[in-house]
Design a protein around this ligand. Structure first.
Ligand code: URA
Length: 213
């Protein structure tokens, strides 16, 4: 099935889900936005005030910084996909609770499965913890980790949250450097996945080649 259609169906299910714990305090579901065929998936923490109003992730001050960081590496926002670990705004922008993250997991995992990105950039500690539960952001930010997720080989790059960079000049320098390293990581992820795919399908390819003659 077409990825855009699959995402639309998953979003409809999330909209109808009465058990999502943060739903009652929120204005809108902030499911995610972007290119269904994106090579890079950004995962943040949860919607804030503006995201709740506009039903779109990263459209407030942190989102404006994310846009600038993407411009820096000449990647269009419309080329990537952006979502969060929780899809309704937590009251007063508090941290999401473990049981809340768990409740939205089927939808986040569904997005990952459908998009099947080459690279996931985690923004902040909550999305980082999904893939690298014991990592310290100060040690691992900007590095690439090969992660096996639901049958997919994905490269995960943990980064600081843009809101933290807005509060702290040192983190701003680090997040800029980490973004500048992203094109190279994407290039490497492309060649590695193609190699794994070719190796896994070597016999099928060889059989197909023989059938041609
Ligand atoms: N911060 C996040 O983590 N996600 C958003 O969508 C906006 C701000």
């Amino acid at each position: 099935m077409d990825k855009a259609l699959e995402l639309k169906e998953l979003k409809s299910r999330a909209l109808e889900d009465k058990n999502l714990p943060l739903k009652s305090g929120a204005t809108n579901l902030v499911f995610g936005v972007g290119n269904p065929n994106a090579e890079i998936l950004f995962i943040g923490e949860g919607p804030g005030y503006w995201e709740d109003v506009k039903a779109e992730p990263f459209v407030g001050p942190a989102g404006k910084l994310l846009d600038k960081l993407l411009e820096l590496i000449k990647i269009k926002r419309s080329d990537v996909f952006i979502t969060n670990v929780v899809m309704h705004r937590p009251p007063n922008n508090r941290d999401p609770l473990p049981e809340e993250i768990e409740a939205y997991k089927p939808y986040l995992d569904g997005i990952i499965r459908i998009i099947s990105p080459r690279v996931i950039v985690t923004l902040g500690r909550f999305s980082m913890a999904k893939f690298l539960p014991n990592a310290l952001i100060s040690r691992v930010h900007g590095k690439d980790f090969s992660v096996y997720f639901d049958g997919l080989n994905i490269v995960v790059v943990p980064m600081y949250h843009p809101a933290a960079a807005l509060r702290n000049g040192d983190i701003m320098i680090k997040i800029r450097e980490d973004f500048l390293g992203l094109p190279k990581i994407l290039e490497k992820a492309r060649s590695v996945r193609d190699k794994v795919y070719l190796e896994k399908n070597k016999e099928v390819f060889e059989q197909k080649q023989m059938e041609l003659f």
